[in-house]
Design a protein around this ligand. Structure first.
Ligand SMILES: *[C@@H]1O[C@H](CO)[C@@H](O)[C@H](O)[C@H]1NC(C)=O
Length: 394
């Protein structure tokens, strides 16, 4: 080949464009973070360097085991940052060693963050689960969640694992365009209050290709969650995918536009659930909820709207929930129910559910078709789906 000026110019252009696309590596060893050490300070220092950089950075925590206390990785930063780890990062087992922090690993006020690698963030929650008395003690000790993403935008969490969190695994608050892809959550079914991913006040959250095993809700969708997508997810053990619970506070925002598609529940307490508190002041509606192509493998309550949600008798049911639920479709739901009433639509007597559709809901209980119980709901039936029978009085 003749080495022309054109070739040279092309070569330089190509090299430059690769240079722009590539980020500068920041191994944590640069700050003394080595295998079997405590990397709290090393990761914090690496983050501070990355955050000041005007070009993209990639913080690398290589394979191996590390200890880490609570970290707060804050923006705003000047360029995209990737935190990449193939390591196993261990939280202190004693909850007191996390300084009463809401979360062990916190990312806040960052745009264009990527968290990736085959790494495991292990909350070592077994000690905390034994101490957890929050079901009956309102002043119980704070147990940190594994991850907090607060006010993070245009960001992705992929392929890493959250294991044995002391509390919820992940809390997503005030985020926008935030994706989990190929994420894993792994806790025993007996662990207390270890919700997988909880979100609230967030727009365009996507949970894709994710496997969740936990002791509480696999995914819980709190107030102000708008345009959420959950696609190709496995849940179990766990308590299912829940919208709510909602209604406790007047400051809540509506939940709108949720798609849950291609999800398999195995041995879970619930499948698709919407729950609101009775005798509670909140009025923000829940609307535009679409469930499609769902498989239930021995799920206790596969399809459940519960507007009389009141666990541990924490409330009374004297006045109905003020939350209006509308435009909810359950489409192509199949598999096995662990109870006879595979579908339970218990809506508010104050604001009955509107436009709930059951379209090809084909569930069995002990080999026979599962039934539907309904209250203040008048579902539209399409294709094969159970007809409602009246729910017994509460
Ligand atoms: C959403 O975030 C991703 C990941 O950073 C980014 O590539 C994409 O451009 C963002 N989308 C919008 C609409 O901002």
């Amino acid at each position: 080949m003749e080495f022309s000026i054109t070739t040279l110019v092309l070569f330089v252009l190509l090299a430059t464009s690769i240079g722009i696309a590539q980020s500068a590596d920041i191994p944590i060893s640069k700050f003394g973070g080595v295998v079997n050490s405590d990397i709290t300070q090393a990761l914090t220092n690496a983050w501070n360097e990355a955050c000041q950089s005007t070009s993209p950075s990639k913080i690398i925590i290589p394979k191996g085991s590390y200890r880490m206390k609570a970290v707060d990785l804050k923006g705003p930063c000047k360029a995209p940052i990737e935190v990449y780890t193939d390591g196993t990062i261990l939280a202190p087992p004693n909850p007191k060693d996390l300084n009463n922090e809401w979360q062990w690993v916190k990312f806040e006020y960052v745009d264009y963050l990527t968290l990736s690698g085959s790494g495991v963030f292990d909350g070592q929650g077994a000690t905390a689960w034994k101490q957890n008395d929050c079901g009956k003690n309102p002043n119980c000790a704070r147990l940190s969640m594994n991850f907090g993403f607060n006010f993070v935008k245009h960001s992705v969490v992929r392929t890493i694992t959250s294991k044995d969190s002391k509390n919820f695994n992940v809390n997503v608050l005030g985020c926008q365009n935030f994706t989990f892809d190929g994420f894993r959550i792994n806790n025993p079914g007996t662990s207390i209050n270890t919700d997988g991913i909880h979100m609230g006040r967030s727009t365009d959250v996507k949970i894709l290709n994710t496997v969740i095993a936990t002791g509480d809700d696999c995914i819980s969708i709190g107030d102000g969650s708008v345009h959420t997508t959950i696609f190709n997810v496995k849940c179990g053990p766990g308590h299912g995918i829940s919208v709510g619970s909602l209604g406790k506070f007047t400051t809540e925002n509506p939940v709108e536009d949720l798609l849950v598609k291609n999800v398999v529940f195995t041995g879970t307490q619930n499948g698709l659930r919407i729950k609101t508190w009775p005798s509670a002041p909140g009025t923000s509606p829940i609307t535009g909820i679409h469930y499609e192509d769902i498989t239930m493998n021995n799920v206790m309550n596969p399809v459940i709207i519960d507007q009389e949600y009141c666990p541990w008798n924490q409330c009374n049911k004297q006045s109905p929930s003020k939350i209006k639920i509308s435009k909810v479709t359950f489409k192509n739901i199949k598999g096995t129910s662990g109870t006879q009433a595979g579908v339970s639509l218990i809506c508010s007597s104050g604001v009955p559910c509107e436009e709930v559709t059951l379209s090809n809901v084909d569930l069995t209980y002990n080999g026979a078709p599962a039934t539907a119980v309904c209250k203040n709901a008048n579902p539209i039936i399409q294709g094969k789906a159970p007809q409602c029978t009246a729910a017994p009085a509460a």
